[in-house]
Design a protein around this ligand. Structure first.
Ligand SMILES: Nc1ncnc2c1ncn2[C@@H]1O[C@H](COP(=O)(O)OP(=O)(O)OP(=O)(O)O)[C@@H](O)[C@H]1O
Length: 737
C-alpha cells in the first residue's frame, strides 16, 4: 500500500520561491516518498535537536532537503518545507506541531518565525503607549476559543500596530491566523467563531494525529494514495484556492442537505466564485455517485465569465467529470437554447439600447392614445410584463405594479398593452428579440416542458428535450433579471440543495434590486456572507469600499447589506489618481504608467485598462499599441487565454468577475461617468441607474490585485467623491475624517 503524503499549509511558503526545475524534483520526491518511503536514497532521518523525533528531513537532491512530520506507524508524512540542506536542519529544529486541544486541528508552526514576528510586534507597540490596541475590546480568553496559546493571546491583545498584528497572524496556524485577521477587521467573536469553527468535539484526543488530519481546520491537503490530486496541485503552483479553502468556504461548498436554495453574499474578491466552483464539483461528484441521469448547471451573467469559470472548474474537476456532469453557460445563451428547443425559432438577440429596438418602440408608441416616454415603456415592459411573465392582455390589466412609483389607470394599461403588442410584432417581423424578452419566453417554455417529467410530444415539441438539471449554481446573481430567475426555477425541481446562489449587490451593473422569494426561490434562513478578500491589497480594498461607502444595498432578499467587516490579508501600494487637461495627456501618462508597471515585473497580460464606454475601447487599444505597449481589446466572445502577452483593454462591464495584477481605470471624468444618458434620466430610473454606475466603478477598482491607477481628463467624476483628497493624491488605507 502506498504511503499517505499530506501537504501542510506552511509548505507553500518555501515552495513558491523555488524555481521550476526544483519544483519538478519535489514532485519526483513526493512520488518516491509515496511509493517507496523505505528507499535508502531518500535518506530519511531525524535531525539532532528537534523537539519531536517524528520530525524528519529527507533528500530531494544533493542540495535540497524536505522537512517532514512522520505520521503514526510510518503510515504517511506531512510535507512542511523544502529548503537548502543546512537551512532544512535549522528549520526542522524550530518546527513545532501538535493537535490543538481547543480546535482539534493539527497545527504546524514555524516557531522561529512566529517568535520573531511577535517579539517585533511587541517592541513596536511598546513605542506607541498612547495607541489603542488593534484588538481593543477582545480579551485574551476570547482568542483562546480559536485555539491560540494563552501566552501568545496575551501578547496579541496588546499589539497597537495593525501591520505588525497581521504579520503575526500570518505565522499562526490556519484557523488561529484567520481569527485574528477577522477580529482585527472589527467582526464579533461569536460571528468569527461561527464562521471558522462552528462546532468542536467535547473530548479532543490530542494524541490522535490521524483524527486531527481529517478536520478541515487543519489546513492540509493530502493525496490519499492517489498522486494525481497532489500532482495537479503542485503543477498549478499550489494555487491556493484549489486547496486551502477558508473553513467557511469549505463548509458551504461541501455541505449536504440544505432543504432548499442557499445564498452566499460577500464583497468583491471574497472567493464567492471559488466557493461556487468547488460546490459545482461537489454536486457533480454526488450525481456520479448516485448514478443519476441529471447534470449540474453553472450559470452566470456574461459569456466571458462563463468561459473563465468553465476553465477553472475543468482544472478542479477534470475534463471527464465536466463532460458527464456539468454545463457552464451564461444565462442569456441558456435562454436562447431553451427558446430554440421550444419555439424552434432562430431569433437574433438585441440589447434594449439597440437602434433597431429603439426604432421599434418609436413606431409602436406613435399609434398610442397617450404620449409615452420610451424609457418608461421599456421599464414597464421589462419590470412588470417580462418580470412577471405576463403573456395576456387581461393579466396585464389587473397585475400588481407595486414599486413602480407612477400610478396608471386601467384605460392607460390597455393603451400600453397595445404598444407592447405592436412592439413585439415589429421585432418578430425582423426575427429580433430583446434579451429580457428571450429570457421571459424561455422561462415560460421551460415551465411547460418540464424536463423532469417523462418525455412526451406536445404540440410538436418533445418534452424532455430540455437538459435535465438536478442542481443549479448561479454566480453574479445580483445582475439576473426576474425572467432569468423564473427560467432557472423552471429548469430545476424543488428539492434539497437545488440552488446555490452567489452574488454581491454592490457589484450590480445590469439588474435591479429583486427579492428572490417572489420567484419561488426561498433562501431565508439559508444564507451566509464571506468577508475575507483574497484578491486585493488592503489599500485597494479601502479604495473600493470608499466608492461603495455609505451606499447600502439589498441582499437579494429584501433586506439591506453593507460591506462591513471586509478585510484583506495583504498590503500593497496605495492607489494613484490623476487628472489631466486633455485626453492626449491622459493617454500619454497611461502609457508611462503601464511601462512603469512592466519595469516593476508585472507582465503585459497581467495588466488591464478599463473604461466606461464601449466606443473608447478600440481607440485605447490602438493608442497603446502605437505608444509601444502591446494591447488587445477584450470583447464579448474574446477568449482571453488566446490573447497572449498583451495588455487587456475592456469596458467596465466586461471586467466583471475578472482579475489582474494591475488595473488602470481611465476616462473617469464628469463627462464620461456616468454617461450623459444616465445623467439626464429622471426619477425613479435615475436612482437605480446611478447605483449601477457606482457599482461599475466598484467592480472596476476591485479587479486589481496589487496596483490600481485612476485617471481622467477635465473635471473628475462625482463618483470618485470620498476616494480622492485632491487631484493627484488618494487617501488609500486611512479612514475618512
Ligand atoms: N481560500 C482561498 N485561498 C486563497 N485564495 C483564494 C481563496 N478563495 C479565493 N481566493 C482567490 O481570491 C480571488 C477572488 O476570488 P473569487 O473570484 O472567487 O472572488 P469573488 O467573491 O467571486 O469576487 P468578485 O465578486 O469580485 O468577482 C481569486 O484569485 C481566488 O483564486
Amino acid at each position: 500500500m502506498s504511503t499517505r503524503v499530506v501537504v501542510s499549509g506552511l509548505f507553500s511558503k518555501s515552495y513558491s520561491s523555488l524555481d521550476g526545475s526544483i519544483k519538478n524534483k519535489v514532485l519526483d520526491f513526493v512520488v518516491k516518498l509515496q511509493e517507496r518511503p523505505d528507499l535508502t536514497g531518500l535518506d530519511l532521518k531525524t535531525p539532532e535537536g528537534v523537539r519531536d523525533p517524528r520530525i524528519k528531513t529527507a533528500r530531494v537532491n544533493d542540495f535540497w532537503r524536505a522537512v517532514l512530520i512522520e505520521l503514526p506507524r510510518a503510515s504517511g508524512y506531512v510535507l512542511v518545507a523544502v529548503k537548502p540542506h543546512d537551512d532544512a536542519y535549522t528549520y526542522a529544529a524550530k518546527l513545532r506541531f501538535g493537535v490543538n486541544e481547543v480546535t482539534g486541528a493539527l497545527d504546524v508552526v514555524d516557531a522561529a518565525a512566529l517568535n520573531k514576528a511577535i517579539t517585533q510586534a511587541s517592541a513596536v507597540s511598546s513605542t506607541q503607549p498612547r495607541r489603542t490596541p488593534v484588538l481593543s475590546g477582545i480579551r485574551a480568553r476570547d482568542l483562546r476559543r480559536f485555539g491560540i496559546d494563552t501566552d501568545i493571546a496575551e501578547r496579541l491583545v496588546t499589539i497597537t500596530d495593525e501591520d505588525q498584528l497581521l504579520t503575526v497572524a500570518e505565522e499562526l496556524p490556519g484557523v488561529q491566523g484567520n481569527a485574528v485577521l477577522d477580529l482585527a477587521a472589527g467582526r464579533g467573536v461569536d460571528e468569527v467563531w461561527a464562521d471558522l469553527i462552528a462546532e468542536v468535539e467535547s473530548n479532543i484526543d490530542t494524541g490522535d494525529l490521524l483524527g486531527a488530519l481529517d478536520r478541515p481546520q487543519s489546513r492540509l491537503v493530502f493525496t490519499d494514495g492517489s498522486i494525481e490530486e497532489l500532482r495537479a496541485a503542485l503543477e498549478s503552483d499550489l494555487k491556493a484556492w484549489r486547496i486551502w479553502l477558508h473553513p467557511l468556504q469549505r463548509r458551504l461548498a461541501y455541505h449536504n442537505g440544505w432543504k432548499g436554495p442557499y445564498r452566499v453574499t460577500g464583497g468583491a474578491g471574497t472567493g464567492k466564485t471559488v466557493t461556487a466552483i468547488h460546490r459545482a464539483r461537489h454536486l457533480a461528484q454526488r450525481l456520479d455517485e448516485e448514478a443519476s441521469d441529471a447534470k449540474v448547471l453553472f450559470t452566470t451573467f456574461t459569456r466571458n465569465l462563463a468561459q473563465n469559470i468553465e476553465s477553472q472548474l475543468t482544472e478542479l474537476a477534470g475534463p471527464e467529470l465536466m463532460r458527464r456532469r456539468v454545463d457552464v453557460v451564461n444565462i442569456d445563451s441558456l435562454a436562447q437554447r431553451v427558446l430554440r428547443i421550444g419555439d424552434g425559432a432562430r431569433l437574433t438577440l438585441r440589447k434594449d439600447d439597440d437602434p433597431g429596438v429603439l426604432q421599434a418602440w418609436e413606431t409602436a408608441r406613435a399609434a398610442a392614445a397617450e404620449e409615452w416616454d420610451i424609457s418608461f415603456l421599456q421599464s414597464e415592459w421589462n419590470e412588470v410584463v417580462l418580470a412577471q411573465g405576463i403573456e395576456e392582455r387581461a393579466e396585464y390589466l389587473t397585475v400588481s405594479r407595486s414599486g413602480r412609483g407612477r400610478r396608471i389607470s386601467r384605460l392607460q394599461r390597455a393603451d400600453l398593452w397595445a404598444v407592447f403588442e405592436r412592439f413585439t410584432q415589429l421585432l418578430n417581423a425582423q426575427n429580433l428579440i430583446t434579451f429580457t424578452r428571450a429570457a421571459a419566453r424561455a422561462a415560460t417554455i421551460a415551465a411547460q416542458l418540464n424536463p423532469h417529467e417523462a418525455p412526451v410530444f406536445d404540440s410538436g415539441i418533445r418534452r424532455g428535450a430540455l437538459p435535465k438539471y438536478r442542481y443549479v449554481v448561479v454566480d453574479e446573481a445580483q445582475d439576473l433579471h426576474p425572467a432569468h430567475w423564473r427560467l432557472i426555477r423552471a429548469l430545476v425541481p424543488h428539492d434539497s440543495d437545488d440552488l446555490f446562489i452567489v452574488g454581491d449587490a454592490h457589484q450590480r451593473i445590469y439588474g435591479k434590486p429583486i427579492v428572490l422569494s417572489r420567484y419561488g426561490i426561498e433562501t431565508r434562513g439559508r444564507s451566509r456572507r464571506l468577508t475575507v478578500n483574497y484578491r486585493t491589497s488592503r489599500e485597494i480594498l479601502d479604495w473600493s469600499l470608499k466608492v461603495a461607502y455609505g451606499h447600502a444595498v439589498d441582499d437579494l432578499e429584501g433586506d439591506t447589506e453593507s460591506l462591513a467587516g471586509a478585510r484583506s490579508a495583504f498590503r500593497g501600494p496605495v492607489p494613484e489618481a490623476r487628472g489631466f487637461d486633455s485626453s492626449r495627456q491622459e493617454h500619454s501618462a497611461l502609457i508611462d504608467k503601464l511601462q512603469s508597471w512592466r519595469r516593476d515585473g508585472v507582465t503585459w497580460s497581467q495588466m488591464a485598462v478599463v473604461t466606461r464606454s464601449n466606443r473608447r475601447v478600440a481607440d485605447l487599444a490602438d493608442t497603446l499599441s502605437t505608444g509601444g505597449v502591446p494591447a488587445a481589446e477584450v470583447g464579448a466572445g474574446t477568449d482571453e487565454n488566446a490573447l497572449g502577452e498583451v495588455v487587456r483593454v475592456m469596458t467596465m462591464h466586461r471586467a466583471k468577475g475578472l482579475e489582474y495584477r494591475a488595473v488602470a481605470i481611465v476616462g473617469v471624468s464628469q463627462r464620461e461617468l456616468p454617461p450623459r444618458g444616465v445623467r439626464e434620466l429622471k426619477e425613479p430610473e435615475r436612482e437605480v441607474a446611478w447605483a449601477r454606475e457606482r457599482g461599475l466603478v466598484y467592480v472596476a477598482g476591485s479587479r486589481a490585485r496589487e496596483y490600481l491607477y485612476i485617471s481622467w481628463a477635465g473635471e473628475r467624476s462625482e463618483l470618485l467623491a470620498g476616494t480622492v483628497i485632491d487631484e493627484g493624491e488618494l487617501r488609500g488605507g486611512r479612514a475618512l475624517p
